[in-house]
Ligand binder design. Structure first.
Ligand code: ATP
Ligand code: MG
Length: 401
């Protein structure tokens, strides 16, 4: 309760969600998940996050503890499944006279000089409220207009659009800040993201997370050929992704021995494809440990030699889990734009060496044949590849970020 004003109200944030409202029977489970994600994003335990008839309500648990709009908006903006965030005030008293006074006080705080055009929009979710929405808006608008000399009413594009929602309690707000949208995190299943330090894979992870996939990451490094700095960079990318997901599991896989073995045993033009297959095989084993339903990569069709359809086909049979490639149809500029928006771009462009680029041939095969690649892999399997892959899986370090 804010006692500094003569009229009592509480600062709260109302959250609007889109798509999940459409999902019939699952609706309640989705809403609960979304509440959980919001709670996590806010950290600490001083907030209460509850369902409020088609909205989610964030308020402070302690009645005297004032909510900081900026902090809540900054955190909640990153939560998957949210379309709008409204810093609002709440009052339990829905008496029309009280609402008129409160609206006036609220608008005076925002525009004390009163030189603005405005409109009031009301919504009743409980139709038992005795006055129709339009009349509520008119009664409130009239009071503001009569009390503030320089305020004018404008129906189209007003400076201030005051929204009133009559739910279990009454809420007023002016601004709606855009959220990231998508489905609540973790609501569609679990995935293992092959996360390199490049631009693409973090964006692929974000897109899968946005469709509700809970993300785990696998990162392949080849010490001493790749540095600790390269690892820190990937860890920073994972941390940034975890701002959207509220934490994630990260596997650091030592790939040196597999890589040296393949380097010594296959034609170099085939190295990239066999390395990718080894990564997929290891990732799948880690994925099963984490009960994942899919693997996720940052492949974009035709971007580089390893991403022709023939190459993708020759890689894919290494895994039995489906491989989701959210960037398949995007070009580099679109990917970079998104990387900038989610603030992974700055991290991705830090200079570093990737385990793949170190041994890689200048002219990799662009039209590899799946059966030939598979037969080469089979021949190497018992000659050491199988053991090296087992060792990489066993030695993988599990880190929580
Ligand atoms: P990115 O920008 O994501 O590194 P890229 O354009 O460099 O992608 P590739 O090197 O062909 O393309 O890699 C394709 C995908 O393979 C990556 O998006 C990633 O999912 C996976 N990958 C490549 N290298 C690694 C690695 N060192 N660790 C984990 N995954 C990797
Ligand atoms: Mg790369």
């Amino acid at each position: 309760m804010n006692n500094s004003n003569e009229l009592p109200y509480t600062k709260v944030v109302l959250v609007k969600y889109g798509e999940i409202a459409l999902r019939g029977n699952n609706r309640s489970a989705f809403e609960n998940r979304l509440c959980g994600a919001i709670n996590k994003s806010l950290g600490g335990t001083s907030y209460s996050v509850t369902k409020e008839q088609g909205r989610i309500l964030i308020q402070k648990k302690e009645i005297d503890d004032e909510l900081d709009y900026d902090y809540v908006v900054k955190r909640v903006k990153l939560v998957m499944g949210i379309v709008g965030i409204c810093p609002a005030i709440k009052t339990e008293n829905q008496d029309i006279e009280h609402l008129r006074e409160l609206a006036l006080l609220y608008i005076k705080q925002i525009a004390p000089k009163g030189e603005f055009s405005f409109k009031v929009e009301s919504k009743r979710s409980d139709k038992r409220y005795p006055i129709k929405s339009n009349e509520v808006s008119a009664l409130i608008g009239e009071h503001i207009f009569e009390s503030m000399e320089n305020a004018s009413v404008r129906m189209k594009n007003p400076d201030i659009l005051l929204k009133l929602e009559l739910r279990t309690d009454a809420y007023m707000y002016i601004d709606t800040i855009k959220g990231v949208g998508g489905l609540p995190y973790g609501s569609t299943g679990r995935g293992m993201l092959l996360l390199s330090g490049g631009i693409d894979s973090p964006v692929a992870g974000f897109m899968a997370a946005k469709r509700g996939v809970l993300i785990n990451c696998a990162y392949f490094h080849s010490p001493p050929y790749t540095s600790e700095r390269a690892f820190i960079k990937v860890q920073d990318l994972a941390k940034r992704l975890s701002d959207f997901t509220g934490g994630l599991t990260f596997y650091k896989v030592n790939f040196t021995d597999v890589q040296l073995f393949l380097y010594e045993n296959v034609l170099h033009k085939r190295l990239t494809i066999l390395l990718k297959r080894a990564m997929l095989i290891i990732s799948e084993r880690l994925a099963k440990r984490e009960y994942c339903d899919c693997l996720i990569t940052g492949d974009s069709l035709g971007q580089v030699a390893s991403q022709t359809l023939a190459a993708i086909r020759a890689q894919s049979s290494a895994a039995t889990l489906p491989i989701i490639r959210p960037l398949a149809g995007m070009d580099k500029i679109e990917i970079i734009n998104l990387a900038e928006q989610i603030e992974t771009y700055e991290i991705s462009i830090r200079p570093y060496e990737d385990c793949c680029t170190i041994f890689v041939d200048k002219h990799p095969e662009t039209q590899p044949k799946q059966d030939i690649i598979e037969s080469i892999e089979r021949q190497l399997w018992d000659k050491g590849l199988s053991d090296l892959i087992d060792a990489a899986v066993v030695g993988a370090e599990r880190i929580l970020v």
